[in-house]
Structure formats: structure tokens, C-alpha cells
Design a protein around this ligand. Sequence first.
Ligand code: ADP
Length: 405
Amino acid sequence: LIAVALAFALACLCVASLALWERHRLRLQLAEVAHRLTGSDAPSLGELVGLIDRQAARLAEMGTIQQQRSDRVRLALDSVPMGVVVADAAGTVVHRNEPARVERELGHTGALVESALEEVLADALAGRAAERQLQLFGPPRRSLVVRASPLLHEGRSLGSVAVIEDLTDRERLAAMRRDFIANVSHELKTPIGAIGLLAETLLGEPDDEVRDRLLERTNAEAMRVARIIDDLLDLSAIEYDEDAQRAAVAVAEVINTALERVGETAALRETKLRAAEGAEDLLVLGDRRQLVRALVNLLENSIKYSPEGSEVVIETARTLPGFVELAVKDSGIGIPARDLNRIFERFYRVDQARSRASGGTGLGLSIVSHVARNHGGQVLVDSREGEGSTFTLRLPLHDERGDLR
Ligand code: ADP
């Protein structure tokens, strides 16, 4: 029994000393690692754990900073107003910003854009910048360009980047500018050509009476050129809202000033002008000159496009909450339904000859619609061919305290 007990005790001692030795060996190993890491002599286990903890915390911090950096780049790319697609050196798409994701989701056109993207990215991976133009017939009709270039770093390819740009608005503006220049040139060419011809005829004209008539016509054509140029300058100033003075303007005052301005033209055509009641105490916030100009244009049109001796009425009413409407009503020739949505375009006329004969430049209603827009309002038209027209200027009301009513 004693021998068994002794053997057991010896075995226990052996196990205990083995465990002690193992712990010692581990300590020595850790100390060596610590020594390698820090260069210091045999740090304690506590110091070692602290060191590892600090390293782990630093790594976590670096990870967060890295994450923030990539989030920042991702968000910045998402806010770029064009699609951006990045591919790695193997040609796999590794990033697509928000506009590029939206573009891909657009059904049939999305597929066309994707195939153009694949082509240009492949070219860029081969080291060539590439570009594809896409005309998408929609609707809506759109014009896109997809461009890609290689991403090279110290002569090594890191992949390629492609951008998808929508050129629709830019092309539309360029077309509008071209049309506008062509229209202005045409509008000016006609009277200037006439002046040239008249001057030529005048040179050899012996008859005083005929010369006077020719001179009168020359003068009329010159006035027309001046009117077109004046209207163009006004339209451009009003379009850019240049020199606009914002102040509380009495609606009644705008009406009275406009009526005074057109008094002479109305008298020539024996048109009766009448302002119905309703404008008292109403104020709008805006530019007095622009507002008068808009109302004058509407009144002049009503006078021009109505038979002699007819009546033109201005009615004022508070309609929608916070708005005043100035309606210019005539019982003139009216406007065919097919032309109604085009009459606010520059130089658009229903009847070219009639407009020119009555001194029109084709810019009057464009000016009115820009004035309405500058004042947060709009211009509406209700017209029937052969019966008459009502043009309504709708403007936000203003009170003395500066609040909208
Ligand atoms: P214009 O100088 O030719 O009058 P506007 O821009 O003022 O140019 O008007 C565009 C066209 O709209 C006119 O040419 C005319 O055909 C039509 N129009 C405008 N106002 C009236 C109206 N009160 N009655 C009938 N037609 C009108």
C-alpha cells in the first residue's frame, strides 16, 4: 500500500513539475517574442498582453480610418452628376457609382449602355482611351457618351475607369442657340434687305412724291429693325432678370401706367380700353418696369389682333389663395388651338404677315412669360379662333409686412 502511495505521489510530483516546466517554457517563448517585438529585455506577461492589445487597437483604428476613406470616395463618386464605373486589372467591375447603377436599371436602354461600357472598358484595359456615342430613342429621347481610359500607375495597369455622360440638355441648348441665331438673322435680314432696295430705288428717282413715299417706307423698315433690337435687348435683360428692382408694387398702378402707355395705339384703332374694379389695395413684390412691360405687351396684342373699334378689358381678381390674376380680354381674331402651345416661343407668330404688318416682332409673349416666371407666377391663355382671347397674368400677392398673403 505504502509502495503504491509512494508511486502515486511520485507520479503527481512528476506531473506538477512537468506543468511548471511547460509554463516556464511558454513564458520564455513569449518573452523572446516580446524581445523581438520591442527590443526590451524579457517583459512581463502583463506588458506583453498590453502590447498586443495596443497593436490590436491601432489596427482597428487604421481599419476605421481606411473604411472612412473609402466611404468618402464612394459618396463623392455617387454625387458626381454622371455615371462612373471602375474595373480592376482583370476587367472585373469593382465599383459603380449611383448614377451608373440607375442607368443600368433602365431596362432596354440600360442594356445598350452596359454593352457600350463593356466595349470601352475592354479597350481601356488594352491601354487605349475609348469613346462611344449613343442615341437612345426612348422615350425620352436621350443622347449619351460613354468614355473610358486606362488607370496606369508607374507604368503598371491598375484597371480602367469609364464615365457615362448625358448630353441631351447640352445638345438641346446648342440647338436652341443655333435656332435663335438663325431666327434673329432672318428677322433682321428682311428689313435690312428692304432698306437696301429702297435706297437703291431712291437714288435714281426724280419724282418728289415717289421719293417721299420711298423715304417713308425706308423709315418704317428702319423702325422695325430698331424695334426688333430693342425687344431682343429687353428680352435678354428680363430673361437674366438683370437690374431688377424688388419692391412692393401696387397692382392698380401697374394697370394705370400700362393703360397710359397704350393709349395712343388704342386711339389710332379706336379701341376702347377699360379696367374693371378689383385691383384696389393689392400689392405684388417685384419689378415695376417688368410688370408694366408685360401688361403693355398683352394690351398691345389685344389691340393689334382685334378689329378697329372693339373693346379690351382688364379684369383683376384674387383667385387661388395668395394670388392675383390680371386678365386681358379681347374679342379679336383669336388663336387656333394648334398654335396655342407655341405662341410663347421667341419669334413664333400665327400669321407672319399680319404680325409684321402690325409692327409685331414675335417677341412680345416671350417677354411676358419671362416676367411672370421672374415673379413666381405664370401666364395663361384661353382663346378661340374668331371669337377672342384672354391672356391672364397670375402673380403671387404680397403684403406690407413682406409676407405672402
Ligand atoms: P407679335 O409681335 O407677333 O405680336 P407676340 O409674341 O406678342 O408677337 O405674339 C405671338 C403671336 O401670338 C402673334 O404673332 C399672334 O399671332 C398671336 N397673338 C398674341 N396675342 C394675341 C391676341 N390677343 N389675339 C390673337 N392672337 C394673338
